[in-house]
Design a protein around this ligand. Structure first.
Ligand code: NDP
Ligand code: MG
Length: 383
């Protein structure tokens, strides 16, 4: 029995993780669930799954959640500090980080320091502070199991191969809803169009990141830290069908790939259940339904965010942190109709040029970098 804490149980990954836990009652026990604003769903999940602890990050919603659960044997906490303390509880074995954005960083640090195994969906954590997180994990003997489908694919390809050096990895990208568009066309795209991903149903922020290819950029940096790779060992190929989830090439030239229908439940279950493959009734993939699997180069000139992410990785230090903060602000502004699709890249590029560079950032440096980049990005938007 693995005792699980889900940070962000009300989100796209969180809800699917609860389905996985429900389908495998002999393997998992749900200990903690947390949400930010969606108190109604959090309460509904608590009543159904009976975890021992729930946390609502927004303190103004504490009363509502507490009232609704007052007759249950469930502890209710509120505030972002509570997120950091519940992951340290002795009754938790593994923490699934399914919160979105930079807010996932601090609770993940607390979980690692408490020696909890991590199932990592929150890629922003590794983008912002990959060096810090991976060295902390090493120090505390913590394994980080990827939930992101591409990284899960690579991790699955590495099973039995951990002693064999990787020559390179190839991350596949669907290309998103705007694959093949020109910059002039991208200038006109709407929020509604950007929110319609061809293959995956996900939270709003990652869906916009997928449309701009920033998601792939974040994943390149995520892969660098997860698998200890040099920058030049990471390639991206566009594969619109999203069937091959990623590939690893070894030093003998052999390439391994992991395939399946685009469904996040499988990588979630693999991370939670590792090292076991649990039986599932997820829909099965058939080659006959996909007679053509195709591949093309990503268009880095039109989709500038992917190039900016490669640049940030190349420069290292706090540059990916700047990229991430500016992107979070830009995506939120795009979702509020305050900037156009292409302006998101302008904002990120300006922040990367203007926020002070730090080659070897401490945790405090990440906090100030994040603040500074957010402030500058907001200023640029208001102009
Ligand atoms: P969603 O937006 O659907 O869900 C985000 C979750 O985080 C919600 O539970 C939300 O609570 C909570 N949350 C948001 N902000 C805060 C905050 N400041 N403090 C505490 N909790 C917060 O996101 P997704 O599930 O799509 O994505 C989650 C993470 O997983 C992201 O990092 C994403 O990149 C990654 N990922 C997602 C994939 C997917 O298929 N969705 C695939 C691969 C990776 P509430 O709902 O109450 O506001
Ligand atoms: Mg992914």
């Amino acid at each position: 029995m693995k005792r699980i804490a889900i940070l962000g149980s009300t989100g796209s990954i969180g809800v699917q993780a609860l389905d996985v836990i429900k389908a495998n009652p002999e393997s998992f026990e749900l200990e903690v669930i947390t949400a930010h604003s969606n108190a109604d769903l959090l309460v509904q999940q608590a009543l159904e799954f009976k975890p021992n602890v729930v946390v609502i990050a927004r303190e103004d919603l504490y009363e509502q959640v507490q009232q609704a659960l007052q007759h249950e044997d469930i502890k209710v906490y509120a505030g972002s500090k509570a997120l950091c303390s519940v992951v340290e509880m002795g009754t938790v074995d593994m923490v699934l980080t399914a919160m979105v954005g930079y807010a996932g960083l601090l609770p993940t640090i607390h979980a690692i320091k408490a020696g909890k195994q991590i199932a990592l969906a929150n890629k922003e954590t590794l983008v912002v502070a990959g060096q810090l997180i991976t060295s902390l994990a090493k120090e505390h003997g913590v394994n980080i199991y990827p939930v992101d489908s591409e990284h899960s694919a690579i991790f699955q390809c590495l099973a039995g191969e951990f002693h064999n050096p990787i020559e390179k990895i190839i991350l596949t990208a669907s290309g998103g809803p705007f694959r093949g568009r020109t910059a002039a066309e991208l200038a006109e795209v709407t929020k509604a169009q950007a929110l319609k991903h061809p293959n995956w149903d996900m939270g709003a922020k990652i869906t916009i990141d997928s449309a701009s290819l920033m998601n792939k950029g974040l994943e390149v940096i995520e892969a660098k830290w997860l698998f200890g790779l040099r920058n030049e060992q990471i390639e991206v190929v566009v594969h619109p069908q999203s069937i091959i989830h990623s590939l690893v090439q070894f030093e003998d030239g052999s390439i391994k790939a992991q395939l399946g229908l685009p469904d996040m439940k499988l990588p979630i279950q693999y991370a939670l259940g590792y090292p076991n493959r649990l039986k599932s009734d997820f829909p099965r993939f058939s080659f006959l339904d996909y007679p053509q699997l195709t591949f093309e180069q990503p268009d880095l000139k039109t989709f500038r965010n992917l190039q900016l992410a490669f640049d940030a990785m190349e420069r290292g230090g706090n540059m990916p942190c700047i990229l991430n903060a500016a992107n979070e602000v830009a995506v939120s502004a795009f979702l509020h109709d305050e900037v156009g699709f292409l302006q998101m890249s302008d904002i990120i590029e300006s922040c990367m040029a203007k926020v002070a560079y730090i080659a070897n950032p401490s945790y405090e440096d990440y906090v100030t970098t994040d603040e500074e980049a957010r402030r500058l990005a907001a200023e640029l938007i208001n102009k």
